[in-house]
Design a protein around this ligand. Structure first.
Ligand code: GLA
Length: 402
């Protein structure tokens, strides 16, 4: 499809196309935020474009502030696509007043009044993926507006880019525009993993999507630009070395959570949530929290699993074993313990074991193993730990030497 771009935009964006490549990710973005993976809520997975409006966002903020989610660390309330409708004569972004009659400042103030933080969404191209205005040529103007509204988090998408537009240069421009506001703002790069952002986005953003959009299904065939099931994302996250790019202030983002949206069983939702914690992924809830089931709430509020995700070491898990449908993932924790996920992708329950030597411990080491879903503890375990893992499920444990 041919995209027509006004010449003023072309001039304004010449920098984006011509800028020389920056050196590879030798360091991380030093803007002081997202020292642990961001936690909160985003509108897209449940409400998309059609269902988004200020009542939904206010009800979500009310719920998160009062149902234990805020105390568990879910602090961001983030608008995704479709909050914006155009630009005025001066190029200022104009809010969709049908969806947000009170405007964005009032909504941000409301979210802040609940002790929460507020996020918005934009796009590096001419239009967002849903056809709303993108930020190209307006980066500094938009960043100033976001800061004036009190925005704490900006996600920038990768739709409707110019031919040959550089992700590195485009996202660097927005990074600098946000920094120039002087407001601490989490910067989320949503480039879908297209150009291996983990290799270059460390100094540019606080998190970067590693994959195409998540779909609310356990195992669904991947076709380019049609999304991934949880199993497909797990495989993409197993690519050698990807985990090594995550750390405090700069995270791999395998996309937002589908827990509670109905496409997966409770067991699958639990496995999805556990694996995202193993990845040190952002935990952005994508369901209708005001109306979620008790099962969904108990998954999202598993403090022990959240603690693994938020471990201050920020070391993401490596797949240490793969044998057909059986996988073992392990990550070291700040206190020297390990978090381990025994993952069963098959349609039958299977006993899965992890050997101490697979996770960097000597076989003779004595440890206490805590199952983070059943909350059961096994003391004086040596050599290995094995457990029966349900179909499409995980057993997630911490292993504490003593
Ligand atoms: C892209 C992004 C999604 C979401 C939609 C909104 O597909 O990857 O996360 O933001 O756009 O249109």
């Amino acid at each position: 499809m041919k995209i027509s771009v006004p010449s003023v935009l072309l001039a304004a964006t010449a920098f984006i196309l011509a800028a020389p490549a920056l050196p590879p990710a030798a360091h991380a973005l030093d803007n002081g935020v997202a020292r642990t993976p961001p936690m909160g809520w985003n509108s897209w997975n449940k409400f998309a474009c059609k269902g988004l409006n200020e009542q939904v966002v206010r009800a979500t903020a009310d719920t998160i502030a009062s149902n234990g989610m805020k105390d568990a660390g879910y602090v961001f309330v983030n608008l995704d696509d479709c909050w914006q409708s155009g630009r005025d004569a001066e190029g200022n972004i104009v809010v969709d007043h049908e969806k947000f009659p009170s405007g964005i400042k009032a909504l941000a103030d409301y979210v802040h009044s609940k002790g929460l933080k507020f996020g918005v969404y934009t796009d590096v191209g001419t239009k967002t993926c849903a056809g709303r205005p993108g930020s190209i040529g307006h980066e500094y103007q938009d960043a100033r507006q976001y800061a004036a509204w009190g925005v704490d988090y900006v996600k920038e998408d990768w739709c409707n880019t110019l031919p040959d537009q550089s992700g590195l240069s485009s996202y660097t421009l927005m990074r600098d525009a946000l920094a120039a506001t002087g407001r601490p703002i989490v910067f989320s790069i949503c480039e879908w993993g297209t150009n291996k952002p983990w290799l270059w986005a460390g100094p540019v953003g606080n998190l970067w999507r590693t994959t195409d959009d998540i779909k609310d299904c356990w195992d669904c065939e991947h076709r380019p630009h049609s999304g991934n099931g949880v199993v497909q994302i797990i495989d993409l996250m197993a690519a050698p070395g990807v985990e090594s790019y995550a750390g405090p202030g700069h995270w791999n983002d395998p996309d937002m959570l589908e827990v509670g949206n109905g496409g997966m069983t409770t067991e699958e939702d639990r496995a999805h949530f556990s694996m995202w914690a193993m990845f040190a992924a952002p935990l952005l809830v994508g369901t209708d929290v005001a109306n979620m089931s008790a099962d969904t709430k108990s998954i999202l509020l598993n403090h022990a699993v959240i603690a693994v995700d938020q471990d201050p070491l920020g070391h993401a898990a490596t797949r240490v074993k793969k044998d057909g449908d059986i996988e073992v993932w392990s990550r070291p924790l700040a206190n020297g313990n390990r978090a381990v996920a025994l993952l069963n992708r098959s349609s039958k329950p299977i006993s899965i074991g992890v050997a101490w030597t697979d996770i960097g411990y000597p076989a003779s080491l004595r440890a206490t193993v805590r199952d983070l879903w059943s909350d059961k503890e096994t003391r004086d375990q040596t050599d290995h730990y094995a457990a029966e893992v349900p179909s499409h499920g995980v057993v997630m444990v911490t292993i504490a030497p003593h």
